[in-house]
Write a protein that binds this ligand. Structure first.
Ligand SMILES: [Zn+2]
Length: 72
């Protein structure tokens, strides 16, 4: 399913595809390229915190690892 996420930095809406109704992890705004750590519950945005590039990369890695783990 697709969820709309409004960037807190530039107010641009981006769509985000969700596998489950909740998500916690990195999000990148397609327009201003702002990096955020977001938390979604029941398809609603609960929190959105700005991330440093370093932290964003780290979260992406964790996400990739988790996906890998699930496949096994
Ligand atoms: Zn933005």
């Amino acid at each position: 399913m697709m969820v709309k996420i409004k960037c807190p930095k530039c107010d641009t809406e981006g769509s985000f595809s969700l596998v489950e109704s909740s998500y916690q992890g990195p999000y990148k705004c397609w327009k201003c390229r702002g990096l955020f750590s977001i938390k979604l519950e029941d398809n609603e945005l609960k929190s959105c915190d700005p991330l440093s590039e370093e932290e964003f990369e780290r979260q992406q890695e964790i996400k990739a690892l988790k996906a890998k783990f699930k496949q096994q």
